[in-house]
Design a protein around this ligand. Structure first.
Ligand SMILES: *[C@@H]1O[C@H](CO)[C@@H](O)[C@H](O)[C@H]1NC(C)=O
Ligand SMILES: *[C@@H]1O[C@H](CO)[C@@H](O)[C@H](O)[C@H]1NC(C)=O
Ligand SMILES: *[C@@H]1O[C@H](CO)[C@@H](O)[C@H](O)[C@H]1NC(C)=O
Length: 304
C-alpha cells in the first residue's frame, strides 16, 4: 500500500467514523440537553420538608403550617419571631421619601420604622420562613438585591408573592407577570413564587369563582419557570372553582395552593372539603385564622 492508500485507509476507518460518532454525539446532546436541563432545574416546593426536618410539623400536611401577617414594623417582626408560627408574611414597598429603599409597609402607607434589610437581619436569627408580598413593581428589583445579599444566612423557606393576573372581582391592577418574573427569577433560584390573581368579594352577591381562562392563563405563565409556585386563592371564591384548581395542580408537581381569606368574607368551611379531601394534603396551605382551621379540621374527613 502506498502512502496515498494508507492515508485513505486511515481516513476511511478512523477519521470518518470518529467524525461521524462525534457528530451524532453532538446532535444527540443538542437534542437532549435543553429538556434535561429544564427537568433537572425544575424544583418542587421544599417548604414542608424543611419544617418536617426541623421537627416543627409532624406530617406532610400543609394545614399545619401557621402564618403571621403584616409583620411590617420593628415590634411586629419581634412579636412574629417569638410566636409559634412557621411563616412570617410582610409587605415590601419603596419608601416615599429619601432614603428611597425597600421598607416593610402596606399601601397606602409609604413609610416604616423598619427597612427590608433590617427586617431580614432579624429573621436570620430564627428558623422561620418568610413570605414577602409585593404590590408594586418598582420595589421588586431593589428588594431582590437586598435579599440576594442576606439570603445565604436565612435558614427557612423564602416565598415571593405578587398578584400578576386579574381574577374574580379583582379591581386592583396586577403587576405585569413577565416584568415581575424577570425581576425575581434570576436572583431567587429555587425560591417559592407565590403568584396570584387580584380578587374581590361582595357580601350577599353572587361571587363568581376562578374561571378556566384564569387558570389556563396562570399555567401559561408558570409552565416555563423552574421555581416551585404556590397560587394564593381566596377561600370564599373556591366553592365553584374545584375543577379549575384541581386541573391547575395536575399540570405540575411544582404547583400548590395557599388558601387565604378576606377579613370580612363569609366562609362556609364545608365548601373547602373537596380541596381537603380530594387533593394531596401536602399541596394545599391554609393561611386562615386559628379558629377557622379548627373548624376545618373538625369536619368529617372521608379521605382518612
Ligand atoms: C406619604 O404619606 C403621607 C401621609 O399619608 C402623605 O402626606 C405624603 O404625601 C406621602 N408621601 C409620598 C411621597 O407619597
Ligand atoms: C414560554 O415558552 C414558550 C415556548 O418556549 C414561549 O413561546 C412563551 O412565550 C413563553 N411564555 C412565557 C410566559 O414566557
Ligand atoms: C371528593 O372525594 C369524595 C370522596 O372520595 C367524593 O365523594 C367527591 O365526589 C369528590 N369531590 C370532587 C369535587 O371531586
Amino acid at each position: 500500500m502506498g502512502l496515498k492508500g494508507r492515508v485513505f485507509t486511515f481516513y476511511r476507518f478512523c477519521v470518518i467514523p470518529a467524525l461521524f460518532i462525534a457528530g451524532v454525539t453532538v446532535c444527540l446532546s443538542w437534542y437532549r440537553t435543553p429538556d434535561e436541563l429544564v427537568s433537572k432545574a425544575a424544583m418542587d416546593d421544599r417548604t414542608l420538608d424543611y419544617f418536617l426536618e426541623k421537627g416543627q410539623i409532624q406530617d406532610r400536611d400543609a394545614v399545619a403550617v401557621k402564618w403571621y401577617h403584616a409583620a411590617n414594623s420593628k415590634s411586629k417582626i419581634k412579636e412574629a419571631l417569638q410566636s409559634p408560627v412557621h411563616m412570617i408574611e410582610a409587605d415590601v414597598l419603596l419608601r416615599g421619601h429619601h432614603p428611597i429603599e425597600p421598607i416593610m409597609a402596606h399601601p397606602p402607607q409609604n413609610d416604616s420604622d423598619v427597612s427590608l434589610e433590617e427586617w431580614l437581619k432579624e429573621v436570620v436569627m430564627s428558623k422561620k420562613g418568610i413570605k414577602l408580598d409585593f404590590k408594586s413593581l418598582q420595589a421588586v428589583a431593589p428588594s431582590m438585591t437586598v435579599l440576594e445579599r442576606i439570603r445565604p444566612q436565612l435558614q427557612g423557606p423564602v416565598w415571593i408573592n405578587a398578584d400578576i393576573l386579574p381574577g374574580p372581582g379583582g379591581q386592583a391592577v396586577p403587576l405585569d407577570p413577565l416584568d415581575f418574573l424577570n425581576a425575581v427569577s434570576a436572583s431567587v433560584q429555587g425560591e417559592v413564587l407565590s403568584l396570584g390573581w387580584t380578587t374581590g368579594w361582595t357580601l350577599n352577591a353572587e361571587n363568581q369563582g376562578y374561571t378556566w381562562e384564569m387558570v389556563q392563563q396562570m399555567h401559561d405563565i408558570c409552565k416555563n419557570i423552574t421555581h416551585p409556585v404556590t397560587f394564593p386563592v381566596r377561600a370564599a371564591l373556591l366553592p365553584s372553582s374545584f375543577p379549575q384548581m384541581n386541573w391547575l395542580l395536575e399540570q405540575s408537581s411544582r404547583y400548590s395552593l395557599t388558601v387565604w381569606t378576606g377579613l370580612h368574607d363569609t366562609l362556609v368551611m364545608e365548601d373547602l372539603l373537596p380541596y381537603r379531601q380530594n387533593i394531596s394534603k401536602s399541596r394545599v396551605y391554609y393561611d386562615l385564622s386559628e379558629s377557622q382551621i379548627v373548624r376545618l379540621m373538625a369536619l368529617p374527613d372521608k379521605s382518612h
